[in-house]
Ligand binder design. Structure first.
Ligand SMILES: Cc1ncc(COP(=O)(O)O)c(C=O)c1O
Length: 404
């Protein structure tokens, strides 16, 4: 008899949810739809020639190692490079023992969940938060507590209130998950004052911070702010970093910076997951940094994305009804639009597809899909013309929904 797989799946797999974004992206995979959904870098910018040249050198001269298994922690030369980068960023006490290479940040999220979350454990996330983070925590059956964002990032007053309340009930909060720079999906950045407050809260109530920062280097305006991991001097922050937005997501490479005992646990968790991240792409990324290519590439990325962001903001001004509002990001890849509460953006999505334009529904970014009056727009992948036309189509659609 053939197996009824439902009787075999783990409880964990039953609670797993398909990512709303990935499901929706299947729908928009048609060439006549303008997609402002997704969250991908502009592939036209990838430094293909440089990577091709470096790859040739890596495979011909270090092929034995680049095509071999590597250490679970990552190849030593890349870890050294990343430690040096971290120290120059201001993480003064960083050593190689505080750093593990991962198969990009998504694996970081999975490993962190694996070492901290028992079924039913409480974690705190921003509302809204990154859908892939929510998905990773869901898979480990976390209990979600949310704290809203405003234009300065997470509301620290509400965060402290929430933590106090949970602590008074004896809850062991496993961590708070924050995306401080150009947040996905909201595009907002945590202010310096709030960064200081968050660290105080973490120190006072002993709640670890997971600082997920894929976009910090993609700042195209305003002043760079110190990362939480650089500001914290006592090891309460676990920082997830990735090459996906500063080089190329296809390399599937990232790294985690944390206190040594946390790194040791992560190494064990990673061994069971994939033994090691690809050696070949680690050598390539390392050479890319060591040969000094990163600066020029990041400058190109920042310049191009700023142009695209400006086009999107002016299109929003031009075409969106006055009853809507949106964030004005100083970096990253997303604009977060708020529509009147009587418009359900899950429902609107179907109409948008008929008008041949796609966005990501706001509900995807809440642990239980509890908000339905936001839209996430991406400005990095579409062309300038597509941004203008896509925003126009959406604006026209929204105008029809506005009640007088
Ligand atoms: C906030 C955040 N974290 C993590 C990731 C995962 O990225 P990757 O696994 O490519 O490093 C993303 C991707 O968009 C993201 O926006």
């Amino acid at each position: 008899m053939s197996i009824d797989w439902k009787t075999k799946f783990s409880e964990r797999s039953i609670t797993m949810k398909a990512s709303a974004i990935r499901e929706l992206l299947k729908l928009v995979d048609s060439p006549d739809i303008i997609s402002l959904a997704g969250g991908m870098p502009d592939p036209k910018l990838f430094p293909k020639e440089v990577i091709a040249e470096i790859s040739r050198n890596v495979f011909l001269n270090h092929g034995g190692k680049a095509l071999q298994y590597g250490a679970t922690e990552g190849i030593p030369s890349l870890r050294e490079t990343l430690v040096n980068e971290g120290i120059s960023e201001g993480i003064e006490t960083l050593t190689i023992d505080n750093l593990i290479v991962t198969t990009a940040s998504q694996q970081g999220l999975d490993l962190v969940s694996k070492i901290f979350i028992n079924p039913g454990d409480t974690i705190i996330v921003e509302a809204p938060s990154y859908v892939g983070g929510l998905q990773a925590f869901h898979a480990f059956q976390a209990n979600f507590e949310t704290v809203p964002l405003d234009h300065e990032g997470i509301r620290t007053d509400l965060l402290e209130e929430k933590i106090k309340k949970l602590k008074s009930k004896g809850v062991n909060i496993k961590f708070m998950y924050l995306i401080p720079n150009f947040q996905n999906p909201a595009g907002v950045t945590l202010s310096l004052k709030r960064r200081e407050e968050i660290l105080e809260i973490s120190h006072k109530y002993e709640v670890p911070i997971i600082e997920d920062d894929p976009y910090g280097e993609i700042r195209f305006e305003g002043e760079t702010l110190p990362s939480l991991v650089a500001m914290d001097k006592i090891g309460n922050v676990i920082a997830l970093r990735t090459f996906s937005k500063i080089l190329a997501p296809g390399l599937r490479l990232g790294w985690i910076i944390a206190e040594k005992s946390v790194i040791q646990k992560l190494v064990l968790a990673k061994q069971a997951s994939d033994l090691c991240s690809p050696s070949s792409t680690q050598y390539i990324a390392d050479e890319f940094i060591r040969e000094g290519h990163m600066k020029a590439y990041l400058n190109l990325v920042r310049k191009t994305y700023k142009e695209k962001k400006d086009v999107m903001l002016s299109a929003l001004e031009k075409y969106f009804p006055k009853e809507t509002s949106w964030t004005k990001p100083e970096g990253g890849m997303f604009v977060w639009v708020t529509v009147p509460e009587y418009i359900n953006t899950d429902e609107l999505f179907k109409k948008a597809i008929k008008e041949k334009v796609a966005y990501v529904v706001g509900s995807a970014f809440y642990p239980h899909g509890e908000d339905t009056h936001h839209i996430r727009l991406n400005f990095t992948l579409p062309t300038i013309e597509q941004i203008d036309e896509g925003v126009k189509r959406l604006g026209n659609l929204l105008k029809k929904e506005i009640r007088n």
